[in-house]
Design a binder for this molecule. Structure first.
Ligand SMILES: [Zn+2]
Length: 261
């Protein structure tokens, strides 16, 4: 198959388009013919060099495609079925995996990080991470979903326990994770305040459902939050920036509120 690989760390010039051998289909795996693979900030971090990355390496975490072949032990999938791949690699037999805490598995990593990813034509994955694509989604749309929606869902739903009627401050509402968070918060009938760095991004955040926008370069986040919430503060701060916004995040919370990072 054709693949884009890196043989050394660096800028875009280290990407090489080349022929590599097809991945072998094990009896407990499905072979996916990749039709779309989204770009992600993780690609940049890995390409510049992260500990544990073995070279040569195939980048790409967000994969959508159709099943090319199905291993002998696999049931419930068939060739030509459209699937997206939840970009998680885990052992599937340790105590953490058995408890449904795959992200705490000692072998856990993201496809494209410590294991090869989707910037290629074929990938063999366990059926546990293949998810059928609904008819209404094209491959490119489906490929935009996995990593950012997994992250945002885990933060808002699993960790912060979002509930109807709460107010959520989404930092970086123009980012991939932020735009996913806006849509998930609206799905839970929450009130959303989104921040972004320019008016175009704020307009797109509003189009996704954000009720209020804050330009974080022109306005002070915590002051605007206090004004919008009638001095109450928000129930949840969706924090994925870090040091630059930490203090404003803390000041935007209501007493007993939750900051999730
Ligand atoms: Zn495990």
């Amino acid at each position: 198959m054709k693949a884009i690989r890196i043989h050394e760390f660096g800028g875009p010039e280290v990407l090489r388009y080349e022929e590599v051998s097809d991945p072998p289909l094990r009896k407990d795996r499905i072979l996916v013919r990749i039709r779309a693979c989204a770009l992600n900030h993780l690609d940049l971090w890995v390409r510049r060099g992260l500990p544990g990355v073995k070279l040569p390496h195939i980048l790409g975490s967000d994969i959508a495609g159709e099943i090319a072949d199905v291993g002998e032990y696999v049931t419930g999938f068939e060739p030509r079925q459209r699937v997206l791949v939840a970009p998680m690699h885990f052992c599937n037999h340790c105590a953490k995996c058995m408890a449904g805490l795959q992200n705490q598995c000692p072998e856990f990593t993201v496809l494209g990080n410590l294991v090869d990813g989707g910037n290629c034509e074929l990938i063999a994955v366990p059926p546990a991470i293949a998810i059928p694509i609904p008819d209404g989604l094209e491959f490119a749309q489906a490929a935009s979903v996995p990593l950012v929606f997994l992250t945002a869902w885990h933060m808002l739903v699993t960790r912060a326990g979002i509930r109807q009627g709460q107010t959520v401050l989404v930092l970086g509402g123009g980012s991939g994770v932020g735009s996913a968070a806006i849509q998930i918060a609206k799905l839970f009938h929450a009130r959303v305040i989104a921040t972004a760095g320019d008016s175009g991004k704020l307009e797109r955040a509003a189009a996704l459902g954000a009720d209020y926008g804050i330009d974080h370069y022109q306005q002070k986040i915590s002051q605007e939050v206090r004004r919008i919430t009638d001095k109450q503060g928000v129930d949840i701060v969706f924090e994925h920036v870090g040091a630059a916004t930490w203090e404003e995040s803390m000041k935007s919370l209501k007493p007993g509120g939750t900051i999730v990072t």
